[in-house]
Design a protein around this ligand. Structure first.
Ligand code: PHE
Length: 357
């Protein structure tokens, strides 16, 4: 028994990993192990002898078992220490990976203009891009035979065969959101509605999908003067220049009366576009006082309420502000273009922090 004890305690001490230790355990205490074989031989002994040998064998078994457990715990600690040593990480180091994606100029400009109009008390309203012809045309005082329906180069959705209702359209402007917002909220109301619009058109300055922002302010005594102030204030903040000059040109829209198209003073020097100076004018939006029929269609009493609306091309003002020459590149998803014109993903524009810095 002394020989057995010496042999297995030495083997336990020498085991360098848990697998070897397990082999030692099986060889000594396993079902077919040496100690277990000795236990089995007890049955063939005389009772006195068996008693003494049994006690000694049990003590030996316990001793080896205790040595095995102690060694196993020590090996476990060592393995953990080794992991802690090799997997060490300095969590106080600064993060190294900047986000690789960038914010698209259209998204950036939408955030910027939302911040500016929010500061003037305008909430954001939304409407669907697949719109009924009533919201897109009729409610905006564009009856079926009106020529504006043709001018809008509308995309029509298919109806199921046999369904003779008028087809839905891809909205040709954000103006239907005027109707939806007024019908849902009533007056007074002050909202902008940025979003995608669709017209069948494609050249250097037109794409079949583009972006507009609608503006709507209805109250008891809102006038064209308020419209002018809001637009000038917007342009000054958006283009980040001390002053801008806007030109209101009499125009016509079925849903406003009177109506005006608005140009901004700018200059082209050496291929560089500058806002606020020079002798060129660039059209950026359509606007006017909301037509009484439009108010009525949205459930707002034109005898009590009045106000202005405008619709501005977002892609157009993005090109102007950031010197982007070709509109079509906006929607080609060319990674090189996106990296060049995109904005850092973590810098959200706000009025206090600077819109585009
Ligand atoms: N919906 C018009 C367009 O797309 C713009 C506009 C909006 C004009 C609101 C006047 C008032 O051309």
């Amino acid at each position: 028994m002394d020989a057995l004890k010496a042999k297995y305690l030495a083997a336990v001490a020498a085991a360098a990993d848990e697998a070897t230790l397990e082999e030692v355990r099986v060889a000594a205490l396993g079902k077919k192990g040496e100690i277990s074989a000795q236990m089995a031989s007890l049955g063939r002994m005389e009772p006195d002898q068996r008693k003494a040998a049994g006690a000694m064998l049990n003590a030996l078994k316990d001793e080896i078992d205790a040595a095995l457990r102690a060694k196993k715990a020590a090996l476990g600690d060592a393995a953990l220490d080794e992991r802690l040593r090799t997997e060490w990480l300095d969590v106080t180091l600064p993060g190294r990976n900047r986000p690789r994606g960038t914010i698209h100029p259209v998204s950036q400009v939408m955030e910027e203009l939302t911040a500016i109009f929010a500061d003037m008390g305008f909430a954001v309203a939304e409407g669907p891009q697949v719109e009924s012809d009533w919201y897109n045309f009729d409610a905006l005082n564009i009856p079926p035979e009106h020529p504006a329906r043709q001018e809008h180069d509308t995309f029509f959705m298919n109806r199921a065969p046999g369904d003779n209702r008028p087809p839905h359209v891809l909205r040709t402007h954000t103006s239907p959101v005027q109707i939806r917002a007024m019908a849902a909220q009533g007056a007074p109301i002050r909202v902008i509605a940025p979003g995608r619009v669709y017209r069948m058109d494609m050249d250097q300055t037109h794409t079949p999908m583009f972006h507009q922002v609608e503006g709507l302010a209805i109250d008891r005594d809102i006038s064209m003067a308020n419209l002018k102030w809001v637009l000038e204030e917007f342009c000054r903040a958006f283009f980040e220049v001390p002053s801008v000059e806007l030109r209101f040109r009499a125009s016509h829209f079925p849903f406003t009366e009177p109506s005006a198209e608005v140009d901004i003073r700018c200059s082209w020097e050496g291929g560089q576009l500058k806002i606020g100076q020079g002798d060129k004018w660039m059209e950026i939006l359509g606007s006017g006082m909301v037509h009484p029929k439009v108010l009525a269609a949205a459930g707002v009493d034109p005898a009590k309420w009045q106000g202005f609306a405008f619709g501005m091309g977002i892609d157009r003002i993005a090109m102007l502000k950031y010197g982007i020459p070709d509109l079509r590149a906006f929607f080609e998803s060319d990674l090189r273009w996106l990296r060049h014109y995109g904005f850092a993903a973590l810098d959200m524009p706000d009025l206090a922090g600077g819109l585009s810095s």
